[in-house]
Structure formats: C-alpha cells, structure tokens
Design a protein around this ligand. Structure first.
Ligand SMILES: Nc1ncnc2c1ncn2[C@@H]1O[C@H](COP(=O)(O)OP(=O)(O)OP(=O)(O)O)[C@@H](O)[C@H]1O
Ligand SMILES: [Mg+2]
Length: 318
C-alpha cells in the first residue's frame, strides 16, 4: 500500500472569548482516529461536509501538519519527518493555495519547477506536452499567473503538481469554482491519469459528479471520523436506494393495482402519472408488466441520486 494511516488524529486548541476578559480553551478534534489505506494506482474520493476534517487529513498526509496522534506513512515515509524527500514523490494541489509564481508567465513557473525537482529535460518535455494537450494550456502558457482565471490557474496547478512525475497526487477541491467546461477538462484529465494507472490519486470535492465520474472508491468522513469506505454502489445498497420508474398513462391508474417487483410510491395528475419504486427487480420486467396492465404514453427510469444518499449519510451521522 502506498498510503497507510492508523488512528490518525489532529486536535486544534482554539481560544474562545467568553465575556469581556476571559478566554476559554477548547480542543477541536479535527481528525479523530482515521484509518485509511490506499493501494498504488487507486483513485479515492475523500468527501465529507464542511469542517469534516478533509483538508486537515490531506495536510497530515503531505507533511504540512504534524499529527496529534496515530501513525501515517506515504510512499513508506513519515510525511513530516521526511517532508523534503516525500515532496519529490508526491504532487499536491490545494485549491486555495498556489504553487505557481504569481508574477511569472505560467510556462516559466514550469521551468522553475523542473530545476527545483531536477527533472531530466526529456521527461519534463514529454509530461508538459501531454498536459498541454489534455488541459489546453496553449492559450495561456505565456500569461502571468496573476492574470489567469481560476479555471486556467487550476489547470496550471494540476500540471505543476505532475511535472516531476509523482507517485501520489493529493487534490483538495480541484474543481471548486470551475465552469462546466473547465470541470470537464479536469475530470477528463484525471480519468486519463487513472487509466494509465501509475499515479495514485486522493481527491476531496463537494461536487459529487466528480466522484461519480472518477472514483470507484469513496471514503466519507464526518466530524473527523470515517463513516463510509467503499464503492458508490455499496453506499446505495447500504441506504437501500432504489431506482424508480415514472410512467405517464393513457388511462387512469386502477386503484389498488399492484405489480410484482415494485411498489407504487405516488399517483398524480388525476391518476395519469404513476411512480413505482423498484425492489431490485430489473426495470424491463416491471415495465412489461406495467404496459400489460395500463397503456403507456411515456416513461422514464431514474437512477438513485447520489446526492440524496450522501445527504442521508451526513444527516444520519449527526
Ligand atoms: N489551524 C486551525 N486551527 C484551529 N482549527 C482548525 C484549524 N484548521 C482546521 N480547523 C478546524 O478543524 C475542523 C476541520 O477542518 P478542515 O479544514 O479539515 O475541514 P474540511 O473537511 O476540509 O472542510 P471544507 O469542506 O469546508 O473544506 C474544522 O472544525 C476547522 O474549524
Ligand atoms: Mg477543506
């Protein structure tokens, strides 16, 4: 495994003003005993509500913050103690912070990074070419970073994080604030990276479409604790999310009619629209039975909504 954390903790002491003169010390357990193992080549979505402890975890994994407790290794190294060695083997993008030089054209930041990381020229050129193509950097590679739009800068940040060929990439909200096209560019880029399979990726996001499109594995954290670790499908089955069929009918729905494999969950529009929730039976079978019972005008099958499931998970944990 390339990342392993056992009982990882981070406590912050915060001082709160109480009344005019007194200050009270309280301890916030931002990360409260996280166990996490990631295998080489995995792409893991690390999600959770605001303040759950995601960024704090990533900071401990990348050696920016030292843990208050527990054990952690990335690429077989202890992140804080071996921070400089580790830096050569990982790439980091924190949405809020930049690793680029504000006053320099984007391309010059890349050259500087090549020297800092001592990347052989041929490797650098090949990687930069690949990023330039996939992320369409051409349009703004000569623009000073301070003049880049958020989406352009984010594409630059991703490139900067990858130029030294890291084994693990940590991304904290890489699609935050991006328009649909930039989001797509970033997602396509990451899924390309995933297909090649040699880079391990841990990413946090509030955009669940990122997760659905990119991550087979989902780790959900809330109040500093892992509340789910598994696939999106496992999450659906844990919450018994069901597919539904919404059918518009030529004739009103016959009162009390039941169909095997589905439960009637709503009858609307004067009986002309019925919603059926499937119990796991294939939609085709239920639709066939439905069409036999009542003539159909129109029909749609809806997949369970990942947002609903995640919202339930966040609520349940409170
Ligand atoms: N430097 C700090 N000092 C004190 N408390 C902190 C510090 N950094 C984070 N916290 C607290 O730790 C908790 C977890 O914060 P963290 O930034 O890890 O959350 P997050 O999951 O990344 O949230 P978001 O989705 O909003 O980015 C929060 O309660 C936050 O207020
Ligand atoms: Mg955060």
């Amino acid at each position: 495994m390339i990342i392993s954390a056992r009982g990882l903790r981070k406590d912050f002491t915060v001082h709160r003003k109480v009344g005019r003169f007194r200050r009270e010390r309280t301890v916030v357990s931002a990360v409260d005993g996280v166990d996490l193992t990631v295998e080489r080549g995995e792409m893991v979505g690390y999600i959770g509500p605001n303040g759950a402890g995601k960024s704090t975890t990533l900071k401990m994994l990348t050696g920016v913050l030292s843990p208050s407790g527990g054990e952690v290794q990335v690429c077989g190294l202890e992140p804080v103690a071996k921070r400089t060695t580790l830096a050569k083997r990982i790439g980091v993008v924190f949405g809020q912070r930049s690793q680029l030089w504000w006053d320099l054209p984007l391309g010059e930041s890349f050259s500087l990074l090549r020297h800092i990381y001592r990347v052989p020229e041929t490797d650098h050129t090949a990687r930069l070419k690949q990023c330039t193509e996939l992320l369409a950097l051409d349009e703004f590679i000569h623009t000073p970073v301070r003049q880049l739009s958020l989406g352009q800068r984010m594409r630059g940040e991703l490139t900067a994080a990858l130029l030294h060929g890291p084994e693990v990439l940590f991304l904290d909200e890489p699609t935050i604030g991006l328009d649909v096209l930039s989001k797509q560019a970033v997602r396509t880029f990451l899924s390309e990276l995933d297909t090649r399979g040699d880079t391990t990726v841990v990413l946090t996001t509030h955009d669940l479409a990122d997760i659905e499109k990119l991550c087979r594995r989902l780790v959900v954290i809330d109040h500093g604790k892992v509340v789910h670790d598994g696939t999106v499908d496992e999450l659906h089955s844990r919450y018994r999310s069901r597919r539904t069929i919404v059918a518009d009918l030529e004739l009103p729905w016959p009162d009390g009619l039941t169909l095997p494999g589905a439960v009637v969950t709503a009858v609307e529009a004067e009986g002309r629209r019925v919603t059926l929730t499937l119990d796991g039976t294939a939609a085709g079978e239920v639709v066939a039975a439905l069409a036999k019972a009542v003539p159909l005008r129109d029909l749609s099958v809806q997949e369970p909504d990942i947002e609903d499931v995640i919202a339930r998970l966040y609520r349940d944990d409170n």
